[in-house]
Design a protein around this ligand. Structure first.
Ligand SMILES: [Zn+2]
Ligand SMILES: [Zn+2]
Length: 340
């Protein structure tokens, strides 16, 4: 059950039990098998850590124990059952169940254009959130008064609750209802926050969006909701890069369709191509086929968190006229006759 050999020493057994108990304690492991499994490993430990019971086990295996002891007796020698083993090994459950309270995260959306992300961009957001009360500085106490130690939990912030499961009992730590885990009670509540220590407010979060940023969520630590006596949550900035009417983005590269007439394609020449910053001149050879791609190095987006920029790929789209007048048709037929 504990995964130790028959001749394992007391230290090995204890360390193995500690490992398994941390894994299967019902407060930490929410699976259906956890309580039963925890009970079994605790039973195994209760037997193996008691010299007399260990002797019986070594001689007669599990049957040797069951014959001599009832289930209650297995834990009887330990004093108060599984939890005493636990107290013994872990020094109470306070460190396992409790933990610092953390404020909730806040998600806020920021929409930017491709032009916006050519450079680092400073963004200021007004975030409505729980902030520390400015009258009491978050203590919840009316100015000039202070807190007193909670009478219910004696300042520990936790009370213990015993839960029986078959022959085993689990003692779990609960946050004290009187002081809500703070260990202290307010004598005279602050009038601005009614003793909560926090209130709804608007805080400005200012941060830098790095150039070349892509759509996604970015976490700014500690800028979320505040909780009294705890850690603030995070501000999650959900960045949306707006689709561009002219450019399609792939990482740091941009794609763009440049339409030209069939005559320009046949004769070639110099043409203007849009970029995010303006226009660039490109040269097209005579006889350019539709879908030819012309690479404009370094005209893409900055590479986020790296050096340099991506490229802009201009795809040549040759437009075939849909309507022609009589003269144009004549010329094309002449052109055709000349080509044969
Ligand atoms: Zn206050
Ligand atoms: Zn209390």
């Amino acid at each position: 059950m504990l995964g130790v050999s028959r001749d394992a020493g007391a230290d090995e057994i204890k360390s193995q039990y500690r490992k398994l108990a941390l894994k299967f304690h019902p407060d930490r492991n929410k699976s259906d098998e956890a309580p039963e499994h925890f009970k079994e490993i605790s039973e195994a430990y209760a037997v193996l850590s008691d010299t007399q019971k260990r002797q019986l086990y070594d001689q007669g295996g599990h049957a040797g124990i069951s014959g001599q002891y009832s289930q209650e007796d297995i834990f009887g020698g330990m004093g108060g059952g599984i939890n005493d083993i636990f107290q013994n090994i872990f020094g109470g459950m306070g460190g396992m169940g409790g933990g610092v309270q953390r404020g909730a995260d806040i998600i806020q959306e920021v929409t930017v254009s491709l032009e916006d992300i050519l450079q680092d961009k400073e963004v200021s957001l007004n975030v409505t959130k729980d902030v520390a009360c400015e009258s009491c500085g978050g203590s919840g106490c009316s100015p000039g008064t202070s807190k007193r130690t909670c009478g219910r939990c004696g300042g520990r912030g936790q009370t213990q609750k015993t839960r029986r499961m078959g022959f085993a009992s689990f003692v779990t730590a609960e946050t004290c209802r009187n002081c809500r885990g703070t260990g202290a009670t307010i004598q005279k509540p602050c009038r601005n926050c009614r003793g909560e220590g926090i209130r709804r407010g608007v805080a400005t979060a200012t941060f830098m969006l790095p150039k070349g940023i892509d759509t996604g969520n970015y976490r700014i630590e500690g800028q979320g909701n505040t909780v009294p006596h705890g850690m603030s949550g995070d501000l999650i900035v959900s960045v949306k890069v707006r689709p561009h009417p002219q450019f399609r983005r792939d990482g740091a590269d941009l794609y763009h369709d440049r339409h030209i007439t069939m005559v320009d394609a046949a004769l070639g020449g110099k043409f203007q191509v849009s970029t995010l910053e303006g226009t660039e001149t490109i040269k097209i050879d005579a006889g350019c086929q539709s879908s030819t791609i012309i690479k404009m190095g370094g005209k893409g987006l900055p590479r986020m968190g790296s050096w340099g920029r991506g490229d802009l790929y201009a795809r040549i789209v040759v437009d075939i006229p849909k309507k022609m007048n009589r003269r144009q048709k004549e010329l094309l037929r002449e052109f055709q006759a000349e080509s044969n």
